[in-house]
Design a protein around this ligand. Structure first.
Ligand code: WTA
Length: 631
């Protein structure tokens, strides 16, 4: 599947556009199917209705585990590096991982889980998290992994939306110097979740937890009661594999649905190509499995290719800002795939932490989640890659399932800040506000994709119409990404950021409406408006304008109260960086908040606010500007 030269890339790309079905059938042939497809693709973007590899039968875990056993069973599948560097790391070979997955799949079955049931996973970054994910896939249950930073209320909303039957969690998680009481959060969440009848609890931090009789069971006890024989459930290519919730421009998170066959092919294909992975190498993706990056490039992509994937429980700066570099040295990491926010944060500690380590094993570097600024790109290139490792700046989304626009390591000439060119099989186009295609180079517009690819979302769980409206209605017959993009004179793509009401904080997507809803739940708040603003480390910060007429005379205390409410309602990841109390918001006569103005205020660029004549009361703008200057 690996493309070896730029010439080959160009030829392959042309084939993928001219004969997409031939192209994808060729890629899909690299995987293990119990029965091959009757039809490669049927689709329309109006309903939308997208089906890949219809009629094919498979199980993704046979591709990620069983097919490697004979020749590579003793190769390391997962290397786990704990939060605390003093503790031992753990290596699971393919054989052992296969055994553990089968065993835990039997635990799920024994507890009543059947094909198609939805399972919520809320766990620390430990090998058992990967085991839990794969065990669901083994028996055809649909996993919905929730990142450890979300609050009880967020979890309850997600569990109820998907009607989950069982929850897999742990007593707690270590995150740098902190501990998160996962089970306690789950206990709070489950007060409002009538569909959940069982909770499996893994021992990890061994913090005291309450165990409810009849509902809560220990992972360690359960696995003793089952054996390691668990045949993989035969799945249709278009059966659901997982749901992953992500933020949109309205308040309610969206349950993005991926299906077995297409997702597997796409995750495996992009992994093998973009990172130029060679068997035996150690691949270190620093994301959390709670996000799509972890699903596709810690679990499914690497394992489908028989790779060694490194799972890290901790954070880049604990106990010291050398942590990533120490891990690289210790495990002889060959590929490091991380986020610009981590690079910027580590850069701020200077070069001592990175220069003290042996990074000579590194061959490829990757960046994901947000635009990478040139300074961070060069630092990554020079200090980490020593100028010899290609940087793949990979643009993609939860909805795309895998990498879309990205250099292919050792194939595509890179350019700082550019995701460069679409992978074969991906057909991006830029459109203007009216939906007209913008042709030629040296142009910018809204980024859309005009042809399906196997990894694309199929629906939003329980709300197909929202899927249609969100992605396929802005521009007829196109998938709209929500991103702005420019195509330079060389035809290279550079993603400029979201054009909708989604902000990207440290590479995490957060909807402004979600944060506003949370702030508005705080007693005394009349209304609020949230925008993103440039932040040196996080990429974007969250700026909240809040109308709170009778706030406590200690404004700082009130701010902290509001942060506490947001933490309760969504989770700590959505806490505003700045809160400004105002007496009014700039609204049009029809009552719409003019966010454009608030964005300018948040950026500190108030000299040229543009046309404010359509505002109901233009004087609020002056007041807000004054308040912002004093803050
Ligand atoms: C942004 C993460 C610039 C973009 C994989 C997208 C990027 C959103 C890049 C998806 C990149 C992701 N350069 N921006 N290389 N990669 N983005 O769903 O705005 O968490 O729409 O998926 O992140 O975020 P998500």
């Amino acid at each position: 599947m690996q493309i070896k030269s730029f010439e080959e890339y160009e030829q392959t790309y042309a084939l993928s556009v001219e004969q997409p079905e031939t192209f994808w059938a060729g890629i899909a042939d690299n995987f293990l199917w119990r029965k091959k497809w009757d039809k490669v693709l049927s689709w329309n973007f109006t309903e939308p209705n997208i089906k890949w590899f219809e009629g094919a039968k498979l199980n993704i875990t046979e591709n990620c585990l069983d097919r490697h056993l004979e020749e590579h069973g003793d190769d390391p599948a997962i290397i786990w590096e704990p939060n605390d560097p003093e503790r031992d790391s753990i290596t699971l070979t393919y054989k052992i991982l296969h055994e553990q997955v089968c065993r835990f799949a039997n635990v799920l079955k024994k507890n009543g889980v059947q094909k198609g049931d939805r399972i919520c996973i809320y766990m620390p970054m430990v090998p058992e998290l990967a085991v839990a994910v794969l065990a669901c896939a083994r028996i055809g249950a649909v996993h919905s992994v929730i990142f450890g930073g979300f609050s009880a209320k967020s979890i309850a909303d997600r569990i109820n939306d998907a009607q989950c039957k069982l929850v897999i969690t742990a007593d707690g998680a270590f995150r740098g110097a902190k501990q998160i009481q996962l089970k306690e959060v789950i206990d709070d969440a489950l007060i409002g979740c009538p569909t959940v009848s069982k909770v499996v609890v893994l021992t990890h931090t061994r913090t005291p937890v309450s165990m409810l009789k009849g509902r809560d069971i220990w992972w360690e006890d359960e696995i003793k009661l089952v054996d390691t024989h668990c045949p993989a459930e035969e799945m249709d290519a278009e059966d659901m594999l997982f749901i992953l919730y992500t933020s949109g421009s309205t308040g309610k998170p969206k349950g993005v649905v991926h299906t077995v066959g297409g997702y597997m092919v796409y995750a495996g294909y992009t992994f093998a190509n973009v990172f130029n992975y060679k068997r035996g190498e150690v691949f270190f993706c620093t994301a959390d499995i709670g996000w799509i990056t972890g699903h596709s490039y810690i679990v499914y992509g690497p394992l489908s290719q028989g790779a060694t994937t490194l799972m890290f429980e901790g954070v880049p700066t604990y106990p010291t800002p050398s942590r990533f570099w120490e891990i690289t040295t210790k495990h002889k990491v060959n590929t490091l795939y991380t986020a610009p926010t981590a690079i910027r944060s580590l850069m701020s500690f200077g070069t001592d932490p990175v220069r003290g380590q042996d990074l000579s094993s590194l061959r490829v570097l990757g960046s994901v989640g947000e635009p990478i600024n040139e300074e961070a790109w060069h630092w990554f290139d020079e200090e980490v890659g020593h100028g010899k490792c290609p940087i793949v700046d990979t643009w993609w989304q939860t909805e795309t399932g895998g990498l879309m626009i990205s250099p292919i390591a050792f194939v595509t000439p890179t350019k700082p800040g550019y995701a460069t060119l679409p992978l074969p099989g991906v057909q991006p186009i830029l459109v203007d506000e009216q939906g007209q295609e913008i042709n030629g180079n040296d142009v910018s517009g809204n980024l859309c994709i005009k042809f399906p690819w196997p990894g694309m979302l199929r629906t939003l769980y329980g709300d197909h119409d929202r899927c249609r409206q969100t992605y396929f209605s802005a521009y007829p017959e196109l998938y709209f990404t929500g991103d702005g993009c420019l195509r330079d004179a060389d035809g290279y793509y550079r993603i400029t950021g979201r054009v909708d009401d989604v902000i990207n904080v440290s590479g995490h997507r957060i909807g402004t409406a979600e944060v506003e809803n949370a702030i508005n739940m705080h007693a005394g708040v009349v209304e609020s408006a949230v925008v993103g603003y440039p932040h040196d480390v996080k990429g974007q910060g969250i700026y909240a304008f809040v109308i709170f007429p009778n706030h406590h005379e200690d404004a700082e205390l009130t701010r902290k109260d509001i942060l506490q409410t947001v933490t309760r309602v969504i989770g700590a990841i959505a806490k505003p960086d700045k809160i400004l109390f105002v007496s009014g918001l700039p609204k049009t006569r029809s009552g719409k908040i003019m966010r454009r103005i608030l964005r300018k205020v948040a950026e500190g660029e108030t000299a040229n606010l543009g046309d404010v004549s359509t505002l109901l009361d233009p004087t609020v703008v002056d007041e807000i500007i004054d308040a912002a200057k004093q803050a």
